[in-house]
Design a protein around this ligand. Structure first.
Ligand SMILES: [Zn+2]
Length: 394
């Protein structure tokens, strides 16, 4: 038991270090789900939205699960997006188009739900990856040159924090499990490869299936982190209000998010050709009928309860928190004065402090700043060493 907890906590730190790679996408996976849910709300409000077929199951679940999909090479074991080139091809706009074209040609609501979810992710990443975006905020008040050195890391920390903020507003987003339609993805990727006259990948199917598995594992760890962050009562509310347009100390909207959700909804709706009616013949018809009566009420209440347990601040996060403290101590001892460990120190300090929940936000901010700036002089020394021009004793 203890060993599992330890590895989970250690994994959490490395996972975060991994998420923070500079070219990582614009949003955390659970924020993508939140955006998907907002798109569904808009589609419902619009009444005649061509996306209204997404309101029924299993389309709805497929759409939300697919909206996490493009980040599927992200893995704890690999310390990040394990394959940059593959990650780029999963985020390739041409793949999004190929999935949509395939769904339109073949029909079928499930295929379309998957294609739309995938495209929702690509759109959301694109819209928000711009200067001035909330993920680039200097919440730790770091020096400009330190911000530059941590260019991919601070946005990574903030993305996970925004995941936690959105999860606090809507705990259901954490219960969404990633699902990848491998055959559909294979067809789409082969289509893109054929258009580009490059060779289709013979092992594509196995690769996708493998990534899908490790992605699910990584998300389980990330889910724990989000819950633990949001459960921090001393620092999280203040941090959250720095990242939101926060009314009277409450957690407000993430800036730009409403606009982003509108853009994603409108663009997705526009991709569906006029008169396109997704067929439900793939077995969705029975599932689409809303259940009524005694059993429906019982199962609904059980589902609600199990979701409440899933999203609660449970035993696991309490244990993880204590262990993370130890990890941070070890990381700091290990990394003192070394430029190459700056990133690990910053991530570990942030996570450890937030998960320990002992200090208020100004104190956490100061600790992260010390971890980030502390190696400033040492880093200059490292740079000197790299030049290999010994010009006297250090
Ligand atoms: Zn992405």
């Amino acid at each position: 038991m203890a060993a599992t907890m330890w590895s989970r906590a250690t994994a959490a730190v490395f996972l975060l270090a991994a998420v923070l790679a500079p070219s990582a996408g614009a949003w955390g996976p659970f924020t993508h789900v939140a955006i998907g849910r907002a798109v569904l709300v808009r589609a419902r409000a619009a009444k005649t939205s061509p996306l209204s077929f997404l309101q029924i199951e299993p389309n709805r679940s497929l759409f939300l699960a697919a909206s996490m999909g493009p980040d599927l090479t992200f893995s704890v074991a690999g310390f990040g997006k394990t394959d940059r080139a593959f990650d780029r091809s999963l985020h390739d706009g041409r793949l999004g188009k190929a999935l949509l074209a395939g769904a339109i040609a073949k029909g079928g609501s499930r295929r379309m739900a998957f294609a739309l979810g995938w495209n929702a992710h690509l759109l959301a990443d694109r819209v928000m990856r711009q200067p001035g975006s909330v993920i680039y905020r200097n919440v730790f008040e770091l020096k400009p040159q330190t911000m530059q050195k941590l260019a991919g890391d601070i946005p990574g920390i903030l993305k996970i924090t925004i995941d936690a903020i959105r999860a606090r507003q809507d705990p259901w987003i954490l219960t969404t499990l990633p699902r990848v339609d491998v055959p559909q993805l294979v067809a789409g990727m082969q289509q893109v490869a054929a258009d580009g006259a490059s060779k289709p990948d013979a092992k594509l199917e196995a690769r996708l299936a493998g990534y899908a598995e490790s992605f699910a594992d990584s998300l389980a760890t990330l889910r724990e982190i989000c819950r633990t962050l949001a459960a921090n009562k001393r620092a999280f509310p203040d941090l959250a209000s720095e990242l939101t347009d926060s009314p009277e100390g409450k957690i407000g909207q993430v800036p730009g998010m409403i606009n982003l959700e509108r853009i994603v909804h409108d663009r997705l709706a526009a991709t569906i050709p006029a008169g396109f009616a997704p067929s439900q013949e793939e077995g969705a018809a029975t599932e689409a009928r809303p259940a009524t009566g005694f059993f429906a009420r019982v199962t609904a209440s059980l589902t609600r309860r199990s979701r409440a347990v899933l999203t609660g601040d449970g035993f696991v996060s309490r244990v993880s928190r204590g262990l993370l403290d130890g990890v941070v101590g070890a990381m700091n001892a290990l990394g003192v004065g070394q430029e190459r460990t700056r990133r690990a120190r910053v991530v570990a300090t942030y996570l450890g402090e937030m998960m320990a929940g002992r200090r208020d936000w100004p104190a956490v901010k100061a600790a992260v700043r010390a971890a980030a700036e502390g190696a400033q002089d040492a880093s200059a020394a490292d740079d000197e060493e790299d030049r290999v021009i010994p010009d006297g004793p250090p």
